[in-house]
Design a protein around this ligand. Structure first.
Ligand SMILES: Cc1cc2nc3c(=O)[nH]c(=O)nc-3n(C[C@H](O)[C@H](O)[C@H](O)COP(=O)(O)OP(=O)(O)OC[C@H]3O[C@@H](n4cnc5c(N)ncnc54)[C@H](O)[C@@H]3O)c2cc1C
Length: 832
């Protein structure tokens, strides 16, 4: 009995020490004290006591950072790791080295420090940035007509291009000292978002020069001369930039570009200079057809050793004026009817001086590193902002349309089937905005969160795609018939563009998020890899010893934590938050431990093969991503001042992310090839079986309630969107119809009641209104409100129709051949 008690006490002590991640010396001290007590009071045989002390001393020797451990365990393990660690290519290594680890590191730790999350300052705009959003951005939104841009002109009208350039839209990331606006990441994101709620084409035309491209690269790597020359010109739109990486044979595998340059001497402006002879073929290049400055990625070779070093110098980036002889700016692509400029370009044996290399000779061959280092900022801002814009407009218009549109004498948004779609819209819009703002805030804190940027790129574009599909489904025919009144269809068309660019989504999910996260975000893996590369044996051994045994303790701790929290439903975990949110913090802490443990086991069992088992890696990435999105939603709730009205959105967001996390875990367990390990993992991580489920129907109905009527929660959900006020604007009509329909509802109820009691007899709605007014059931004002609701509802549900030639003759109104030039001229004349 005593023996059993002692064993149970020892296990409990080990569990507590592991759970709290206590140091090896503390473990040693605790067990030494315990064994001392056993020695003094247990009455066990002297031989057994001596054996136990010997076992403890031996374990202490190996669990503490002693020279013996280093020699007997560390040395052979270091040799083993050097042999078995998968080879990392140079491009992979550069991607791994790029950027910073931020909140993703906490989620990987198995014990996220929620106080840290809540202490991150709430991202805010400066007065100047707010003025820009309320001034030029609002004005630009007001001056554009997306139907004219995408259907009639297939370009921005000239006066819009000019306004964009004159007001500095193309230089938001360029500091003021170079004539740019020097905006924060949040402001940049807000501008792109607001523009996207009005016109995707305008937003992309503004977004691209502010994302990864010439300006960003110059800011980080340009020589002073290059910065002083180009940045002021880019800021004012005197140069139109594009950045060309993708070629027909190298899309996702961008590191494999075949485009090349040869170091040589050649003639430039009448002088012989050192330069590069370039040959390339690029496609899909945004702003390419109108660019004056081509950012080009190519492989540089120095076969004659002119630079005195390697012959294959690696990927290099250059800025080439498009007027350079031999540069061919081809025609245009038409990406899903979006009218932003996009096209191919190429050149053969085009000579440019060495000064064209961004950063000059010092950065020759450094192109890949430069790109991946700069990728995080743009990827964290542009597409998340554009996707969130669709989400906001989808939520705003679908909520209104769901109320205004009636079938079977009921607003369609009240039908349970439609409710399911609208609830998803509300919940997704809340999550997306939360992640957009928190991630932009990270950039403003000086982070370059490479893994998080991949998470928001993938998950916001995917949720955005689902959201716009739901919005289209609810709008049905109204969403499908194209024309100036259709405020959804272009965003629906554009969704796959966001999915494809800046790293196509399948690749981002399956290779990047966990593939990069497991090494970057994990507290020990990168340190272990770096130790194996260290040439100084003494240092390698010390580093490896600390990393490897730290890792072992980390795994043990996560196992103890995940199992305990799984058994207890994480109810004893210390957590911040209020009565609505505390449980979520507890559950996320538990799932973070389970994730950290499962990730380690996956790496241990699969080793280098995990890289190729993309579907397994993707599921681990899904867990990490949803932990991040859930954190963002909780942070938003706090930053917004714990708005009670928003709770249905928050609960939906957390229910959805927790459920997806659990699904991803089970998908992983079900597909792990080692079935014994899979079975154990499932039991250890989810000892009580499945616990989470998709958001409940009743919760969905509450979310829908918030979207089907104007109110503070709906306003907060759609804040930052451009909501036109002019009476003929389709979205303004819909909003007016929503208000009018709501105002008319009690009047309609009064009329129906009068009909039911026989006070009025009219069979048709219009007759009843007349009769009710005539018989004094409703007042003249109430009749006017009914008429107004009827008229606005009719306007809101109508779609465009066109002459049989789809209005071509009417649109173009020109006897000249229809060319873009002619169209631009006619648009400019229209403006004048
Ligand atoms: C409208 C538009 C604008 C663009 N603008 C620019 C620009 O300005 N500059 C520029 O340089 N490029 C630009 N691009 C190119 C863009 O970055 C590429 O389209 C993108 O990298 C994908 O390349 P791809 O289309 O050739 O697809 P592919 O590489 O052919 O991929 C096909 C599919 O395979 C998947 N896949 C590929 N490899 C893997 C893998 N290892 N694991 C899992 N899945 C994988 C991809 O996810 C994708 O689903 C633009 C593209 C478009 C469509």
């Amino acid at each position: 009995m005593t023996a059993l008690l002692i064993i149970v006490a020892a296990i409990a002590m080990a569990w507590i020490l592991a759970y709290h991640r206590r140091s090896a010396p503390l473990w040693t001290a605790c067990f030494a004290i315990g064994l001392g007590l056993v020695t003094a009071y247990s009455g066990w045989s002297r031989t057994l006591i001596v054996v136990l002390w010997v076992v403890l001393a031996t374990l202490a020797l190996f669990f503490n950072p002693t020279p013996v451990r280093r020699l007997l365990l560390g040395m052979p393990l270091l040799g083993l790791f050097r042999r078995i660690l998968p080879q990392v290519s140079q491009t992979e290594q550069e991607a791994l080295d790029a950027g910073t680890v931020w909140w993703d590191g906490e989620l990987f730790s198995g014990r996220p420090d929620w106080a840290k999350l809540l202490a991150y300052p709430r991202p805010t705009l400066s007065a100047e940035e707010r003025a820009f959003l309320g001034g030029p951005v609002e004005e630009l939104c007001g001056m554009v007509n997306d139907w004219q841009i995408t259907h009639e002109l297939q370009d921005l009208p000239p006066h819009v291009w000019q306004y964009i350039k004159d007001r500095g839209f193309l230089g938001m990331i360029i500091p003021k000292r170079y004539g740019g606006l020097g905006f924060s990441a949040l402001a940049h994101s807000e501008v792109v978002m607001k523009l996207s709620t009005r016109s995707g084409t305008v937003a992309v035309s503004v977004m691209v020069p502010n994302s990864l491209g010439p300006a960003e690269l110059l800011l980080h790597y340009g020589t002073e001369e290059q910065k002083n020359h180009y940045l002021p010109r880019l800021a004012k739109g005197l140069e139109m930039p594009c950045f060309a990486l993708t070629s027909p044979e190298a899309g996702s595998d961008a590191g494999a570009i075949p485009d090349f340059g040869i170091v040589c001497r050649g003639q430039w402006e009448g002088r012989e200079v050192l330069g590069i002879r370039l040959t390339w073929e690029k496609r899909y290049i945004t702003l390419g057809p109108v660019a004056t400055l081509l950012g080009l990625a190519f492989r540089l070779y120095d076969p004659d050793g002119i630079l005195g070093g390697e012959k294959n110098l690696g990927i290099t980036l250059a800025l080439i004026p498009t007027k350079t002889p031999g540069v061919h700016i081809g025609r245009r692509h038409l990406p899903l009817n979006q009218a932003f400029m996009n096209g191919p370009n190429w050149g053969k044996d085009v000579f440019v001086p060495m000064d064209c290399v961004i950063g000059g000779l010092a950065y020759v061959g450094q192109g890949w590193k430069m790109l991946v280092n700069c990728l995080a900022a743009g990827r964290s801002i542009s597409l998340p902002a554009a996707s969130t814009a669709s989400a906001k407009m989808g939520a705003l218009t679908t909520g209104a349309y769901g109320r205004v549109r009636q079938q079977f004498r009921l607003s369609v948004g009240r039908f349970e089937g439609v409710e399911e779609a609208i609830a998803r819209i509300g919940g997704n819009a809340y999550i997306m905005e939360a992640a957009r703002v928190m991630t932009a805030g990270a950039i403003d804190l000086g982070e370059k969160p490479s893994v998080i940027s991949a998470i928001v790129k993938y998950h916001l574009t995917e949720r955005g795609r689902q959201l716009i599909i739901d919005a289209m489904d609810v709008h049905a025919g109204k969403g499908i018939c194209m024309g100036p009144s259709n405020y959804l269809a272009r965003a629906y068309q554009a969704a796959p563009v966001a999915i494809t660019v800046e790293g196509a989504n399948i690749l981002t999910r399956t290779m990047i998020i966990f593939g990069q996260g497991a090494i970057r975000g994990h507290p020990y893996v990168l340190k272990e890899i770096e130790a194996t590369k260290e040439r100084n044996l003494r240092k390698a051994l010390a580093d490896f010893d600390a990393a490897f045994f730290g890792h072992v303790a980390f795994v043990a701790s996560n196992k103890a934590r995940a199992l305990w929290m799984g058994l207890t439903g994480a109810r004893f975990v210390q957590a911040p938050g209020d009565r609505h949110t505390r449980r979520y913090y507890q559950q996320l802490t538990r799932l973070s431990s389970a994730f950290a443990f499962t990730a380690d086991i996956a790496m241990f069992v699969l080793g280098g093969a995990l890289k190729r088992r993309e579907r397994l890696s993707a599921r681990l990435g899904d867990i990490l991503s949803n932990l991040y999105l859930a954190s963002c939603a909780l942070k938003r709730y706090e930053d917004d001042g714990r708005q009670e009205d928003d709770l249905p959105f928050l609960h939906w967001a957390l229910a959805d992310t927790l459920w997806r996390i659990e699904e991803a875990f089970h998908g992983f367990f079900e597909n792990l090839p080692n079935r014994v390990v899979a079975w154990q993992l499932r039991w250890l991580m989810f000892p009580r079986g499945r616990e989470f489920g998709p958001p409940r129907d009743r919760l969905g109905a509450q979310v829908v309630g918030l979207l089907l009527a104007p109110g503070p929660a709906r306003e907060r959900l759609t804040r930052g969107a451009y909501i036109p006020q002019a009476e003929n604007e389709p979205v303004a009509i819909l909003e007016a119809a929503l208000r009018a329909v709501i105002a008319a509802e009690p009047i309609g109820a009064k009329i129906r009641q009068a009909r039911d009691t026989g006070a009025i007899s009219g069979r048709y709605a219009d007759d009843m209104v007349e009769e009710a007014c005539a018989k004094g059931v409703i007042t003249q004002e109430e009749k006017a409100a009914m008429d107004r609701a009827k008229n606005l509802r009719r306007k809101a549900i109508m779609v465009d129709d066109f002459p049989k030639d789809l209005g071509k003759t009417e649109i173009y109104q020109t006897t000249e051949p229809v060319t873009f030039e002619a169209l631009r001229r006619s648009a400019a004349a229209g403006k004048a």
